[in-house]
Design a protein around this ligand. Sequence first.
Ligand code: ARG
Ligand code: ZN
Length: 854
Amino acid sequence: AIIRREDYRAPDWLVPEIALDFRLDPAATRVTARLTVRRNGVHTHPLRLDGDEIAPLSVSVDGEELHDAWRMDGPALVIDLAGDDHLIETEVQLSPETNSKLMGLYASGGLLCTQCEAEGFRRITFFPDRPDVLSRYTVRMEADQAAFPVLLSNGDHVDGGELAGGRHYALWRDPFLKPCYLFALVAGDLAANRDSFTTMSGRNIDLGIWVRSADLPRTEHAMDALKASMAWDERTYGREYDLAVFNIVAVDDFNFGAMENKGLNIFNSRYILADPETATDGDYDAIAGVVAHEYFHNWSGNRVTCRDWFQLSLKEGFTVFRDQQFSADQGSAAVKRIEDVRALRAAQFPEDAGPLAHPIRPESYIEITNFYTATIYNKGAEIIRMLKLILGEEAFRAGTDLYFERHDGQAATCEDFVTAMEDASGADLTHFRRWYAQAGTPRVKASLIAEPTGGRARLTLSQTVPPTPGQDTKQPMPIPLRVALLGAQSGKPLGPERLIVLDEAESEVLFDGLSEAPVLSINRGFSAPICLETDRSAADLAFLSAHDPDPFARYEAMQQLMLDTLLAGVRTGTVESESVVKAVRNTLTDPGLDAAFVGEAVLLPSEAFIAEQLDEIDPDAIAEVRESLRRTLGTELADLWQEIYARNRANRYEYTPSAKGSRRLRSVALGYIAVSGDEDWASLALTQYRDADNMTDTIGALGVLTNNAAPEREQALADFYERYRADPLVIDKWFTTQALASHGDTVGTVEALATHPDFTIANPNRLRSLVGAFAVNQRAFHDPSGRGYRFVADMVLAVDKLNPQAAARLIPSLGRWRKFEPKRQALMQAELRRILDAPGLSKDVFEQVSKSLG
Ligand code: ARG
Ligand code: ZN
């Protein structure tokens, strides 16, 4: 069935109170739910309680067991009720240990835990499972004390104690109203890293990060990030934490990153556990980002929640924006922006250009889980970022203050957010709302023409928004462009930066009083999520890459220069590398730049990003041209790479921005040395691998050996496996490194790894580490034989039987078939059809495959 945004109706029945009673057992858990229900408005509709794979053992109304006044309508429990207020009691039995979907109550590594967003609560008990039904929760849990010594739920622990037969219980009460998707419980043998935080109004909050006791030493970084997040949200948004307790639990089997359950966040352990030996700098950054993200949801998501799931970006786009701001403030803002834009281009631009394109506020869905996308999250964050840029810092903050104040305790809409921004700022955001409604990445053309007499220049701008499924024609969007002109001789800005909002199909802007010939710097800081086309020459781009004071614009100029070179190479078969080599040399030798920035700036655009620019993709041609430019950079700048490699060697591991930057640049240099013709590159990599005192250097070296198919590759991989076989998060890296290999028989390797004793499709991290990684290895996945496609399709079919949402996530890489040359198109389509023809397909996979086939 298709769910449509326009069909929204307020709930027929509200549930002001719910009391849950869990008698926990991995094989057979009993759940009793007592719901206080109240008719909402005047109507005669029955009470309809959602369920999913549960059956009522008993149903009673106002204390009397009913035998015939209720019925099942498919998975839902329907009860006819006369008056307006009732007490409903139901009982169900669950089997957490066989719950392979990891939605609802499930077992992971001896723990029992829950995941309810978006529609998992209906797998625990019968309830109106929609985010606009807000209730006060009381939760009683009882379990075997030896197996489950720790019992956690939302809110405050109000009672607990021992029971007969080696059992014990805990009672938790959450004073805040919440939708059921924010409910959580955890039971297990856990130890806590405990700390505290004093809020701006002087309240003391008990913090706990709960893990297996052996993992306690790996929780410090997450705890630091939590405290920093709490302080940051007070400083930046005036948001204070509201309960007396804030708990985080790490679990090994989790469908995505983490979940913001009220007062009890549950995390994929990969976003909590870190120490230098087992986690990379990237892991450390991701942990801080996700801890902050989930914490920030306490206001943007929990205190103000979503009216319905079409509003998902209301909480996710805004919260991603907030976590991006937080991370930018913790380290290098420029490098963070580069990383965020790279992620947007890698995940969201292809989505916007493909069969699954949707606006950040979609109009319909079959399975909501399929809409936890880069568009809702990352493009959603870009929309908020543009609002802030257009309104200005102060008005934006006034807008968020008004939004939080006006909608506290409510289930709100994206429209409410925009209205609060308008009311607080006085701005008219009528056109801006198109960003919520229209899918597709706008294409902007910009051309600067300087008048021959000098002193004046004219910037012409135009935009088109490409058609996307269900949206053939589009209206122009307001596109905020940060623009500066730089003097071609001096390299200095010719006047202050301007914010130009292009909100027509075409427009012109005049600049005068220019003291020298201008070079155009535009979309600085990636001020709008667009594809930009300019007529700037290679010389202009090289100039900007050396002189633009905006670090992002500088990075971007280099990327554009590289991209133009690579695209010309794909077209003509020859790579004119001279200007790229010069620009890279310039960047490498500029003493004013920090290592982290340089490490980003000298990387070539990914194969996938190059492919995005083409109407018909030939992955081999792209890989060859990219590799040829890479080799040229390696050989032409060989001495420089060696020097940089040597210069960035650290004596001892430190987790500081500058040490991180050095590690980054050094591993980039090692990658170039490997293609520089230096015969000793493999021994250099092997030495780094052996001497490393941190995972960034270890995996950096292993990656270079694996990618370049060094003879030492097998030896190093075997050593790594032996060293870390007991640590699943590190073994994930072992699988990923091989799945991403750019040389050798990667398809064969991956097929073989799928039969490795450590491989399992039941654990989402492991599945992603092999199959998810392989599906984004453009060259290997698109092996002309079609074996890569077949492998992924086989995985989809196998995983779908266990965990449909994990299976559905593997579809988009096959779904991009239209962009490829005809032979691959046919092979990819054939695999999608094979999936579609399989009996018993989940609606998750059905939606993605049928939309992909079109
Ligand atoms: N709200 C969680 C987070 O961002 C993610 C929940 C994902 N749920 C899902 N069904 N995919 O932060
Ligand atoms: Zn989120």
